[in-house]
Design a protein around this ligand. Structure first.
Ligand code: SAH
Length: 273
């Protein structure tokens, strides 16, 4: 089904947690490897796929599978064609375990290991659409908190100039690096660390997007957001009332909050593991 090897990943899950002192944040370059996992953009010639990387039997590398997902996203209300096209280009089935690959284009979150989940396609598209809303120029640098398996980072990489994505679980950081290596995405920078503190070295960010929800938006995120920038994140509503999607715009005169629909994200946690 998916013969792409994932060297070392399961073994690394059992490694003892690093101490904070040893685990200084590292930027992991996503070095290109042979093969490409991005479907061609409209008007682009299909890129050659090495035979060894072509999954057999599921038909999941067929563009038609993603097109059906994109049509569903459009029917659900996603309108931004840039987002729809990016969703159509990233092969989501490559980011989940082969046992779950047949569900990759359903509108469902799926386990990615270590108790975490890849967000539903609809949520990934919705957050990207909110991030870009009202902008025609390509957005500059974006910080993603919660790399997980790297899927959303891959989608964002097609929509903005640069993506910095931080993950607190080393096992997932490494899994994302492995997943993304086969893509040629020089504008994605993977970081291992506690995203509660943001990533000051990359600031200011035109956009910040969080894939994990806390009680409130950490002050560091607002500090690291550029004036004119936008943050999209799940946050807790009143005690016991679940999470809602927050859009925060930073302007010269302060920050504007807009609370939108209810969402269900994994919790934002502090520290690394
Ligand atoms: N965007 C991801 C979704 C992963 S789920 C994808 O496409 O797969 C959210 C992730 O946020 C989890 O992997 C979790 O470990 C991570 N996370 C939670 N708190 C964090 C923090 N403080 N810093 C960095 N990552 C965090």
């Amino acid at each position: 089904m998916n013969p792409r090897p994932r060297p070392g990943f399961p073994a690394r899950l059992d490694r003892p947690a690093e101490t904070p002192a040893r685990a200084a944040r590292t930027v992991a370059p996503v070095a290109p490897r042979s093969g490409a996992m991005l479907a061609p953009a409209a008007g682009e010639r299909p890129r050659p796929q090495p035979a060894a990387l072509t999954p057999q039997g599921l038909g999941l590398d067929s563009q038609a599978v993603r097109l059906a997902m994109v049509q569903k996203l459009a029917a659900q209300g996603i309108k931004d064609v840039r987002v729809l096209e990016a969703m159509g280009r990233v092969e989501r089935h490559r980011f989940v375990d082969t046992a779950l690959a047949t569900q990759a284009y359903e509108d469902t979150s799926l386990p990615i290991g270590l108790g975490q989940t890849i967000s539903k396609p609809n949520v990934v598209a919705r957050m990207a659409e909110l991030l870009l809303a009202g902008r025609t120029a390509t957005m500059g640098r974006v910080l993603e908190i919660g790399t997980g398996c790297g899927y959303q980072a891959a989608v964002l990489s097609l929509l903005v100039k640069e993506v910095y994505s931080i993950e607190r679980l080393r096992g997932l950081h490494e899994k994302a690096r492995e997943n993304l290596r086969t893509l040629r995405l020089p504008n994605v920078h993977l970081l291992f660390g506690d995203g509660m503190a943001g990533f000051a070295q990359g600031a200011p960010y035109a956009g910040i997007i969080a894939a994990a929800g806390g009680e409130a938006v950490p002050p560091a995120w607002i500090e690291q957001l550029a004036v004119g920038g936008r943050l999209v994140a799940p946050v807790a509503r009143a005690a016991g009332a679940g999470q809602a999607l927050l859009v925060l715009d930073k302007t010269a005169s302060g920050v504007q909050h807009t609370l939108l629909e209810a969402v269900h994200f994994v919790p934002l946690k502090s520290g690394i593991a």
